[in-house]
Design a protein around this ligand. Structure first.
Ligand code: PEP
Ligand code: MN
Length: 356
């Protein structure tokens, strides 16, 4: 996929971040237009509004549907903004294109369903409209890339990805856990794909929008998609995470944007130090695996089981506490130890089958 094209709209071509903003849902014509006018007054050039709202449970506000397309047309006509909406079926695609919506996005619940994605891809075949693909609700990079591939195979080239976080399995600060490693890996795999961050759906709370947007900029995201509403407290969906157009402008102005290709002398030196440390880490890991294999031989000779659960639990508890004391996240240390342990076990199993 090396012929992907960036999503450019004439007047905002090279400004970073590219900002898409607007309400979670278009609710009424007045709310849609008021929000759009105030965003336009702050210099925002792309207006988002959900018309068809996929809800986790029935009974919530499911969007105004095709009726809102006329409101988006008015937004274009009266403010000169570009418009964007979410599509989840072939009928949505047809209606949005008929309504001259400029940019489509596909929501997290839809991206998780290959049948729905294929239907959307088929309906986009031969159409020249840019599309943004949100990450699926679960942290499954291949599913995300698969959705992008379906669109690519249908001929879509102006494409971007939106990072909106992943459903947490337990209580979390975030509505959707950011797990930044996934969008970073997506960027490594598909460097031509523009990356947008949706701090509204990651955070789920107004006060998290600014820090999350800054983190996205620090990582090098190209743009942001943020929920903004003329009266956030009265919003019919996602009211806790919506902010006024003026608050959004304030957040954007305060963002610190680093140059993407900073390669000063000192950065060079720091990277060289990191490379050296990585060399040492690998050496140490290899030594640790040697010892693990010796232990494997011992267990085999003494007919002991490979997995010694109690020893592993003790090791996890001790090292995660030590990590915390050394300013590292416990969960991070658990992930590393789990990976190392899995590889040790794999090597011991391999050895026990070899008759060494
Ligand atoms: C939205 O953008 O309003 C939305 C429904 O988001 P997501 O698909 O990320 O939940
Ligand atoms: Mn929303």
């Amino acid at each position: 996929m090396n012929d992907l094209e960036p999503i450019r709209f004439a007047t905002i071509a090279d400004r970073r971040p590219l900002v898409i903003a607007g309400p979670c849902s278009a609710e009424t014509e007045a709310q849609t237009l008021d929000t759009a006018r105030r965003l336009a007054a702050e210099g925002i050039r792309i207006f988002r509004a959900g018309l068809w709202k996929p809800r986790t449970k029935p009974g919530g506000f499911e969007g105004v549907g095709a009726e809102g397309l006329a409101w988006l047309r008015r937004v274009k006509r009266e403010t000169g903004m570009y418009t964007a909406t979410e599509v989840a079926t072939r009928d949505h695609v047809a209606a949005a294109l008929e309504g001259e919506v400029d940019l489509l996005w596909i929501g997290a619940r839809t991206v998780a369903n290959p049948f729905a994605m294929q239907e959307i891809a088929d309906s986009l075949c031969g159409k020249d409209v840019p599309v943004l693909v949100k990450n699926p609700v679960s942290p499954d990079l291949e599913l995300w890339i698969g959705a992008i591939e379906r669109l690519y195979n249908a001929g879509v080239r102006r494409m971007g990805a939106i990072h909106r976080g992943f459903t947490p399995i337990d209580r979390s600060l975030y509505r959707n856990h950011p797990m930044w490693a996934l969008p970073i890996e997506l960027h490594r795999r598909l460097p031509g794909l523009q990356l947008f961050c949706d701090p509204s759906h990651i955070g789920g709370r107004r006060e998290l929008i600014a820090p999350l947007a800054q983190q996205a900029m620090d990582i090098g995201f190209d743009g942001l998609i943020v929920e903004a509403h003329s009266m956030p407290d009265n919003a019919w969906s996602d009211s806790e995470q919506q902010i006024t157009p003026e608050a959004l402008a304030c957040i954007i102005h305060k963002l610190i944007i680093r140059e993407k290709s900073a390669s000063s002398g000192s950065l060079h030196e720091l990277r060289a130090r990191i490379d050296k440390i990585d060399d040492q880490l690998l050496e140490l890991l290899a030594q640790r695996m040697d010892v693990a294999r010796d232990i494997g031989r011992y267990k085999k000779e003494h007919a002991m089981p490979i997995l010694q659960a109690q020893r592993y639990e003790e090791l996890l508890a001790r090292r995660t506490a030590q990590a915390a004391a050394l300013n590292m996240d416990r969960e991070f240390m658990r992930t590393i130890l789990r990976a190392i342990h899995e590889e040790s076990i794999r090597q011991q199993i391999e050895l026990s089958g070899k008759g060494e």
